[in-house]
Design a protein around this ligand. Structure first.
Ligand SMILES: [Fe+2]
Ligand SMILES: [Fe+2]
Length: 194
């Protein structure tokens, strides 16, 4: 149980840092005119906050189980305060998420099984699934930026203006939104199935 308690704290530190990094990366994406990526970073930051919330709940539950009040715990953890251009930020984000879903959460889940904490093991594994999705989404955006296909598709798609919701079908968005005058960088494409 000691090891899992430490791992929960390490994960809490990791998620907390990821949340802040993504909020900072969102601002940089804005400066670099990647407006859709700004919202992806912000959404992901909120999802990392949710992971931190779940980890914090488990830390509190373990303390209660041991008949103790939750208290600070010293653990060895990596400080990760990288910040750069949007492409750098994406690269670091992909590396961080990959580490989490291929190594950190699977290792923590295994340890939780050893510590006879199956619910915590399941939660670690499930958070890993979310991180995998984060990595894949960042990777798609990175590829589109590098390939120059973020605002230029091979087949017509539906574009939406982030500012006003204007809709346009085509290979590219309009240079300027006819409904609100915002530039083409405000357009994103998405499958809306509700
Ligand atoms: Fe996370
Ligand atoms: Fe993540």
């Amino acid at each position: 149980m000691e090891e899992t308690l430490k791992n929960l704290h390490k994960a809490f530190i990791g998620e907390s840092q990821a949340r802040n990094r993504y909020s900072m990366f969102a601002k940089q994406a804005m400066k670099d005119n990647y407006f859709e990526l700004e919202s992806v970073f912000l959404e992901t930051a909120e999802q990392e906050r949710e992971h931190a919330t779940q980890l914090s709940k488990m830390i509190n539950q373990l303390a209660a189980k041991a008949g103790k009040k939750p208290a600070p715990l010293m653990v060895e953890a990596e400080g990760a305060a990288m910040f750069g251009s949007t492409l750098d930020n994406l690269k670091w984000s992909i590396a961080g998420e990959t580490h989490e879903f291929t190594q950190m959460y699977p290792d923590f889940a295994k340890q939780a099984v050893k510590d006879n904490l199956p619910d915590i093991a399941k939660r670690f594994a499930s958070i890993g699934v979310a991180e995998k999705h984060h990595k894949e989404r960042y990777e798609k955006i990175q590829k589109a930026i590098v390939d120059g296909t973020l605002l230029k598709k091979e087949k017509p798609v539906i574009w939406f203006c982030r500012k006003c919701g204007y809709m346009h079908i085509g290979l590219t968005p309009p240079d300027k939104c006819p409904s609100c005058d915002h530039l083409k960088e405000y357009f994103y494409t998405r499958v809306e199935e509700y």
